[in-house]
Design a protein around this ligand. Structure first.
Ligand SMILES: C[S@@+](CC[C@H](N)C(=O)[O-])C[C@H]1O[C@@H](n2cnc3c(N)ncnc32)[C@H](O)[C@@H]1O
Length: 312
């Protein structure tokens, strides 16, 4: 297994401003790297950690065995965090972290089908309980559905060419593996596109992965839910890896930190004006330090945003 490197770990821990007696949620446990650093700062505090990948939960249970008194593992999507916490009579938390996207073990385990670097059956499910797989998307989506997905989630300029190539190939036989899909993509694109820097299947694989795992549709609702659980002074940190995710986080944080609109014709004293309940800690997203970029390639695309609950 590759060496584990938690992205922007130092920045995350500093920004969370951890209360040693607090309750923290990690919505994206992965291999528990960020969680371990949070746990190290807790005295009587505790953590509730979610991951929709059962392998991640099992691996982290082993890695974090020394902290088992302070941590609860939940194999679920973080969209359910508020409901699950409320069921446990937890109505307030001191902080949360979302380190979005795919983990290195998911990418590096060929059989999960996330990567165009390994030949494997088309899968890409983070949660193996769900029915929709990359195979279903590639072989059963209509031409129009494929084009929309490639444009929306892959920002793929050659969406139509690739969708047409997929359509043509599956008339002969289903596209079953990652390498078969890479071949179809390469055959669909003109040489001048293929000779450009970067892997020609990158955007398509990203789009299918986002579709299969429904990574963006519920993200704003999940963030709103987690922010609504924060105590006054509590903070949320979110790390994203592409512009589609970052845009959603930025918009939700802006909405939460903007005071409700008041018609300027209504005369109000400053003390009567409603204030926003949250403040954005870093207006511009933080990016990884030079030192981190030297040791972790994945950090290149990382953007970190932080929000604090200030009243309410
Ligand atoms: C980038 S990794 C997290 C790495 C982790 N911070 C660490 O230091 O080891 C993202 C993890 O979040 C999980 N994940 C992604 N979206 C999720 C969701 N909506 N609900 C629950 N888990 C999710 C993935 O399965 C993956 O294990």
């Amino acid at each position: 297994m590759s060496e584990h490197y938690s992205v922007m770990l130092k920045e995350t821990i500093e920004l969370l401003n951890i209360n040693p007696k607090g309750v923290y949620v990690d919505g994206t446990l992965g291999r528990g790297g960020h969680s371990k650093s949070i746990l190290n700062k807790l005295t009587t505090g505790s953590m509730i950690c979610f991951d929709k990948d059962e392998d991640a939960i099992n691996l982290s249970k082993d890695i974090l065995v020394d902290y088992k008194e302070k941590i609860k593992f939940i194999h679920e999507d973080f969209i359910k965090a508020k409901e699950i916490l409320n069921n446990e009579q937890i109505y307030e938390i001191d902080g949360f972290l979302l380190d979005l996207g795919v983990s290195s073990p998911q990418f590096d385990k060929g059989e999960r089908g996330f990567s165009y670097r390994f030949d494997s059956r088309l899968d890409m499910r983070m949660d193996k309980r769900q029915k929709l797989t990359a195979y279903e998307v590639v072989n059963n989506y209509t031409f129009n559905q494929l084009v929309v997905m490639l444009l929306k989630y892959g920002e793929e300029r050659n969406a139509k060419l690739i969708a047409r190539g997929i359509e043509k190939q599956r008339l002969l036989k289903p596209i079953e593996t990652t390498f078969e899909l890479v071949d179809v993509i390469k055959k669909s694109l003109p040489n001048k596109v293929l000779s450009k820097k970067g892997h020609p299947a990158k955007q398509t694989f990203q789009a299918i992965r986002i579709e299969v795992n429904d990574e963006l549709d519920c993200l704003d609702e999940s963030i709103l839910n987690l922010c609504s659980l924060l105590k006054v002074g509590g903070r949320g940190v979110i790390i994203t890896f592409h512009s589609l995710e970052d845009r959603i986080v930025k918009n939700v944080f802006n909405k939460l930190s903007t005071a409700p609109f008041v018609n300027s014709k209504i005369p109000l004293l400053p003390s009567q004006m409603e204030q926003a309940d949250y403040r954005v800690i870093n207006k511009k997203p933080l990016t990884a330090s030079k030192e981190e970029l030297e040791v972790n390639n994945r950090s290149h695309s990382a953007k970190l945003r932080c929000i604090e609950k200030i009243r309410g």
